[in-house]
Design a protein around this ligand. Structure first.
Ligand code: URA
Ligand code: URA
Length: 277
């Protein structure tokens, strides 16, 4: 019969015939326990699955753990964090630690140091600049570069040394390439400089340049229009400290002709200091 089949139709044709007739399982003469067979298959599948889990666990030991996904915190959230850190600082040492622990301002990532302050915290006079430059960043001290050298001479002209006054910046980290700090960076750091002023409790503030003047007084005009006239800085408790806005030393280095105006401003500051005692 097989000879005849082989001669008449091909094997594929035969399978096609069976398939069309609804045959889907080949049977043999010996019975097959399909239940037992599928139980064994299931057992092998489970074993294989366990093996891969074990292998995965083994290899996972050598892999560094994945970092937990960083929650995205809003600018408002970061400002709230900065405000809380600043408020909780009971003295300037604690505030310095709080500033160093704050990771909400990305300027910290590129800065080498946190430039917090220089001089005497309880001085009657506190000077506030904008942000550290290269030299300040390297040393971690405000106003130690070329601007700082001029500031020392200006202070000397009214009979003061930098050791006798308190010096800080609105932003404690150097912006890359000395670029102007963004409004967002300024707002993130504002709680710290405000608390720093509160704790240092100077009788007179000097805002060095337009950005510092704007942070301290809230006045939006430029420094050319505002310099030389007393403004005020409001503390959280409602009291205020007089602020003398003047040119930034870096501006005076570029524009020496404006030094006579700065000189007038510092004479005004000298008079105000004399009036305190
Ligand atoms: N300019 C600033 O505003 N601050 C410094 O500390 C140095 C330069
Ligand atoms: N004294 C100076 O020599 N220059 C100034 O700008 C201010 C005071």
């Amino acid at each position: 019969m097989s000879d005849r089949l082989n001669n008449t139709i091909s094997f594929e044709e035969l399978l096609g015939f069976y398939s069309e007739a609804g045959v889907d399982t080949p049977l043999s003469d010996t019975p097959v326990d399909r239940f037992k067979q599928s139980a064994e298959i299931a057992k092998r599948l489970v074993a294989a699955a366990n093996e891969t889990t074990e292998q995965k666990q083994k290899t996972a030991v050598h892999r560094p753990p994945r970092p937990a996904p960083q929650p995205r915190i809003s600018v408002e959230g970061q400002v709230a964090t900065a405000t809380e850190l600043a408020r909780n600082a009971k003295n300037l040492e604690e505030l310095f630690e709080a500033v160093k622990s704050f990771n909400g301002c990305t300027l910290k990532l590129t800065a080498k140091n946190t430039c917090f302050a220089d001089g005497t915290p309880n001085s009657n006079l506190m000077l506030v600049g904008e942000a550290p430059g290269r030299e300040e960043d390297l040393q971690g001290i405000p106003f130690v570069g070329r601007s700082g050298m001029l500031l020392n001479r200006i202070l000397g002209a009214i009979g003061l040394t930098r050791k006798e006054v308190y010096i800080a910046n609105t932003i404690p980290w150097r912006p890359p390439g000395n670029r102007t700090p963004t409004p967002m960076e300024t707002e993130l750091c504002r709680p710290f400089i405000e608390r720093q002023i509160e704790l240092a409790a100077p009788k007179i503030l000097v805002a060095l340049g337009g950005p510092a003047m704007q942070v301290l007084t809230g006045v939006k005009n430029g420094i050319i229009r505002t310099r030389g006239k007393w403004l005020s800085h409001k503390l959280e408790n409602g009291q205020s400290i007089p602020v003398m806005p003047t040119f930034h030393p870096a501006y005076l280095l570029r524009t020496p002709s404006q030094k006579k105006l700065a000189w007038a401003d510092f004479l005004e500051i000298r008079n105000a200091l004399n009036g305190l005692s």
